[in-house]
Design a protein around this ligand. Sequence first.
Ligand code: UGA
Length: 424
Amino acid sequence: MEREPIGVIGAGYVGLVTAAGFAELGHEVWARDIVPEKVEALRRGEVPIHEPGLSELIRGTSERLHFTTEMPDVLERARLLFVCVDTPPTYSGDADLSRVEAVLAELGDSSEHALVMKSTVPVGTGRSIQRRRDGIGYVSNPEFLKEGSAVEDFMKPDRVVVGANGGSEEYADRVAALYEPLGAEIVRTDVASAEMIKLASNAFLATKISFINEIANVSEELGADALEVARGMGLDDRIGPKFLQPGVGFGGSCFPKDVQALKQLAGNTGYHFQLLTAVIEVNELQKRRTISKLQKHLGPLAGKEIALLGVAFKPNTDDVREATSLVLAGRLAGEGANVRAYDPVTGHKAEGMLAGAAIADSALEAIDGADAAVLVTEWPEFAELDWTGEVKRRMRVPLVVDGRNFLDRDALVEAGFTYEGIGR
Ligand code: UGA
C-alpha cells in the first residue's frame, strides 16, 4: 500500500476518528486543532470526548499520529488536508461556514495542497470554493460516522463517497486509494452530487424516524403495537429494519441540523421541500408528547417529582446537542415540575443546560421519591436496574414513560407499574 502523509484539520468527533483511523491504516497523520489545551491533552493520550474504542486507537497509533496547533506543521508534511471543522447551523438554518473559510484563508494560495471536505457543507460549497480559488485541489468526502460507533463505522463503512471535478480527479484517486483497504464500495462522483448524498442520506434517515414515530402515535390510538409493526415492515428488503425505532424524537448534532440545512438550501432556490418541513415538525411534537403522557396519569405536573433517565441524545456518547432531554426539562420546568436527571456519562456537564433540573449521581438517586420516571436515553444500565424491587420501593408513584421502548414492559406491568411506551 502506498503511504500518504495526511493532514486533518479540526480534532472534533470526525477529525479524531479520521486521524486515528488513517494512522491505524499505517499512514503518518498530522492533526491540527486551534484549542491548545485540547492538543496538549491529546499529546498525553487523553481524549476529550466519550467515543468507544477511540482512546485505545489514538494511544495505539501514537507513533504515527501527531497533534499540533500550527497549520504550517501540517502544510509542510501533508498534501491532502481532510477538513473536519464544525459547520453549525445559523439562525436562518443555513450552515455557518466561517470555520471552513478560516481554513481556506490559512491555506493562502497554495496550489500544492488539496482540500478533502469531510465537514458537512451545503450543496454547491465545493463548486464555489473552486470558482474563487482557481486551480485549488478539492475533493468532497462526506462522513457517515455515527456517534457511539464511530470507530467501527470508520473501519467498516457501508460505502465511501469521493466526489471531484475536472482537475481534481488525481487527488480523488489518492483519496479513494486511502480507503481501499477497508473493502467498501467507493462511490466516485462529482462534487455537488457527493455533497447531496450526505445531506440526502441524513434527511432520509430522519424521515424514516419521523415516519415510524407517526405510525407509533396512530398505533397508540388504534390499538396496534408499533414495535410489531416495525418488525413486520422491516423484513421487507426495500424498507429494511434499521432506523425504524419509535421514540422521543431524534436529536444530536447532525439530523436536526442537516434536515434543516437541506430544507433551507431548497428554499434558497425557491423550492419548498414540504416533506422535510413535516419531518422537522413531527420531531418537535414528538419531543414534547411525553408531557401529555405524564399529565394523563398525574394530572397537572406542578410540584410533581420527575426523574429523567438519560441526558445524552443517544447512548455511548456524552453529546447533548439537540437532545430530547433538554426540551423535556424545559417543558417540565414550565409546568412547575421538579426534575432530577441522571446520565452515566454526561454527568454534571449537563448542569445548567437542563432548565433548572437537578443532576443526580445515580439513577436510584434520581428516582428516589419520584412520581414518574421518564427514560430518554437507552443506556444499558437503565435496563439492569432492579425495577420490580428497589426502584418500585423508592418511587412515590410507580409510573414509567419509556421513551425508547427499552425496558421489559411485561415485567414492569406485572410488578404493578403503570407503563407508557411509544406506540404500544
Ligand atoms: C447521524 C447518521 O446516522 C450518521 O450516518 C452521520 O454521519 C451523522 O449523523 C453525521 O451526519 O455526522 P448520529 O447523529 O451520530 O449519526 O446518530 P444516529 O445514530 O443516527 O442517531 C440520531 C438520532 O436518531 C438519535 O437521537 C437517535 O436516538 C434517533 N433514532 C435513531 C431514533 O429515534 N430511532 C431510530 O430508529 C434511530
